[in-house]
Design a protein around this ligand. Structure first.
Ligand SMILES: Cc1cc2nc3c(=O)[nH]c(=O)nc-3n(C[C@H](O)[C@H](O)[C@H](O)COP(=O)(O)OP(=O)(O)OC[C@H]3O[C@@H](n4cnc5c(N)ncnc54)[C@H](O)[C@@H]3O)c2cc1C
Length: 416
């Protein structure tokens, strides 16, 4: 089959890896190259097992890192507690490491079969499905990405007219006006997936969780040395900062805060605002704020949901289908595992593509929904709202060191 994958992020690359042996695969990615700008990802759970089956785990592990644990810091610079990673990693059978998000993409790229036609700098602006295959398709005909979330495209442009595609196969339309037909279109275009609105009308919007996160990497060998092998997390309410040495030269930082849960507009990164909001959490984070670049990752923490994942021969995968949010710490893991599940179902059903898409959803949705639900439930623990909540967390944290508790936590990790 000819398969077009929209989005060359973690999900798109993992899927291309799995489909390439049996199909002609084209990946269209809007960014001009592999996306830089990183935050540290905890890699474990279903994606870890899928990456093992795919034969890419060693490539990813080589690019990853296991921290000694977390140190909790107070605004005066003192330490309020620590958690060691070793018992958790051991109880998880070693199936756990941390890795910068861009390294996941680069690792998958390094393992990508040469036959994959990966095109950077190609933005998909419309999709047209096979109108003879799915009667419902007549209702909407075409979809113009960007109208699904907050009414405008990410790049702020107006919708363009959709050129005609030959009937019979789904097609995507690029910003340059090229129409690419294929036998299957997979939307791996992320949590703000414009194609989601087309597949599941009324579900194009993100589901904000009432938090906002910003992150960036910067050079500071001295700070990297001071941080060593432990991540720093502030023991604070309403606003929390993370800091870690990405390597001997680079430091990564993430700032999270509670915001109005009704906000859906994508915020714009503003280093001055960041300094105003987060100065005073911890002296080392204040140093990180001095390095805030002009542009950095800054977005609402959000999930996505679609009651159906496919429509005709257009199917959603990864964050486009089931973003659990960064609070669940499993988005990349689910994106890889979901891509593998989709490829496996298509392999099993051969020419019966729609049956393969239905099988993929039947098998994979329960896991994806469970992680999404647990991400929602654990969200409030991520950034304590009150001093009382913070105190309760400090007590719970002490319990993690107890025998049995870490094993229990790890089982939840792996099972989720
Ligand atoms: C701060 C932060 C921390 C996180 N921490 C963790 C963690 O600890 N553990 C974890 O597992 N996950 C974590 N995640 C989540 C994880 O990064 C995502 O869930 C994962 O990357 C999803 O992969 P994806 O390929 O589905 O989507 P994405 O990575 O968003 O990729 C989508 C791709 O589609 C492209 N695209 C979009 N629209 C178009 C278009 N119209 N045409 C062409 N291309 C398009 C985009 O450029 C992008 O490359 C975190 C996320 C954030 C933001």
């Amino acid at each position: 089959m000819d398969i077009t994958i929209v989005g060359g992020g973690v999900c798109g690359l993992a899927l291309a890896h799995e489909l390439a042996p049996d199909h002609r695969v084209t990946v269209l990615e809007s960014s001009p190259g592999p996306r830089g700008g990183g935050y540290m990802i905890d890699f474990f759970g279903p994606g870890f097992l899928a990456a093992e089956r795919m034969g890419v785990i060693e490539e990813l592990r080589r690019r990853g890192h296991v921290f000694d644990g977390v140190r909790y810091g107070l605004p005066d610079g003192s330490t309020s507690g620590t958690i060691d990673a070793a018992p958790l990693v051991k109880a998880a059978g070693g199936r756990y490491f941390s890795i910068l998000r861009p390294e996941v993409e680069l690792g998958l790229l390094a393992q990508l079969p040469e036959s994959v036609d990966l095109r950077y700098g190609v933005r998909v602006v419309g999709v047209r499905e096979d109108e003879t295959r799915d009667a419902e398709a007549h209702d909407t005909g075409t979809c113009e990405p960007g109208t699904g979330d907050a009414g405008t495209r990410e790049d702020g442009t107006e919708g363009t007219a959709t050129p005609d595609a030959a009937p019979g196969r789904p097609a995507v339309i690029t910003a340059e006006g090229e129409v690419l037909e294929s036998d299957l279109v997979v939307a791996c275009d992320g949590v703000r997936s414009p194609l989601r609105e087309h597949v599941a009308p009324g579900h194009g919007r993100i589901l904000p969780m009432g938090y906002r996160a910003a992150s960036y990497l910067f050079d500071d060998a001295q700070l990297a040395h001071e941080l060593g092998q432990r991540m720093l997390m502030t023991d604070t309410i309403q606003r929390v900062g993370w800091l870690y040495a990405a390597d001997a030269e680079q430091v990564g930082v993430m700032f999270t805060e509670r915001v109005d849960p009704h906000d859906t507009e994508r915020p714009s990164a503003d280093p001055e605002r960041l300094r105003r909001r987060f100065t005073g959490l911890h002296p080392q984070l204040d140093r990180a704020l001095e390095h805030a670049p002009d542009t950095f990752y800054d977005d609402l923490v959000a999930q996505s949901y679609a009651p159906r994942w496919s429509r005709g021969r257009i199917v959603l995968a990864g964050d486009a289908a089931h973003a659990p949010s960064l609070l669940a710490g499993q988005g990349a893991s689910l994106a890889i595992a979901g891509a593998e599940a989709l490829a496996r179902s298509l392999r099993a059903t051969g020419p019966h593509v729609e049956a393969g898409l239905a099988e993929y959803e039947r098998r994979w949705r329960p896991t994806a929904d469970a992680v999404r639900r647990s991400g929602r439930l654990s969200a409030s623990a991520f950034i304590p709202a009150t001093t009382l909540q913070l105190r309760l967390q400090q007590v719970a944290r002490r319990a993690i060191g107890l025998p049995g508790v870490s094993r229990l936590l790890s089982r939840q990790f792996i099972a989720a």
